[in-house]
Design a protein around this ligand. Structure first.
Ligand code: ADP
Length: 173
């Protein structure tokens, strides 16, 4: 399935319909990918985010992309990983599903995801990659007109895991 692309790089540089932000529940910016997105997008993004009044874990909200090359930003809040028994896998899957649902509702065709929850939220990288690729793969099977989903790995370890898994899961020829 060629509509899944795995890259090693910086999500803020991608010219796609929307990039997904691994935000926190306040939606008022933070570190990691969230900080990078706000830095490049500029103050207009924070201003729009303030009006959204936060976002619960597992859900997603959409804003403009401002100074980013991407037209939109879909902000989703991943779970903080504790022991894996607090619903973390289901919540992480919801992040992907709800982001994809918003993309469809806005007639978007290209989307890029970071490795949600695998930074300061400490979700084990292998497990998170499995959930991400399962949700992306299922979505593309059911949405044949969706052009491309890019999984953006910022760390070599994530990139290696995604490459291995995408082959193992038969998502790439
Ligand atoms: P979370 O709080 O959901 O764990 P983080 O931002 O701490 O979010 O980390 C999520 C992932 O985003 C990590 O894999 C981190 O390496 C990655 N990341 C950080 N900066 C960028 C960037 N500019 N582009 C893409 N991914 C990034």
């Amino acid at each position: 399935m060629k509509r899944i692309e795995i890259i090693l790089g910086d999500i803020t540089k991608l010219q796609v319909d929307a990039i997904v932000n691994a935000a926190n529940t306040t939606l008022l910016g933070g570190g990691g990918v969230d900080g990078a997105i706000h830095r490049v997008a500029g103050p207009g993004l924070l201003e729009e985010c303030r009006k959204l009044q936060g976002c619960p874990t597992g859900e997603a909200k959409i804003t403009g992309g401002y100074c980013l090359p991407a037209r939109y930003v879909i902000h989703t809040v991943g779970p903080v990983y504790r022991d894996g028994k607090q619903g973390e896998p289901e919540l992480l899957a919801s992040c992907y599903r709800n982001s994809l649902r918003l993309a469809v509702a806005h007639h978007l065709k290209t989307l890029a995801f970071p490795c949600i929850s695998t930074g300061v939220y400490r979700f084990p990288k292998g497990k998170a990659a499995g959930i991400a690729l399962r949700e992306i793969g299922d979505f593309l099977v059911h949405h044949t007109d969706f052009e491309k989903i890019t999984a953006v790995c910022f760390e070599e370890e994530d990139y290696r895991l995604y490459r291995q898994l995408v082959k193992k899961m038969g998502l790439e020829s």
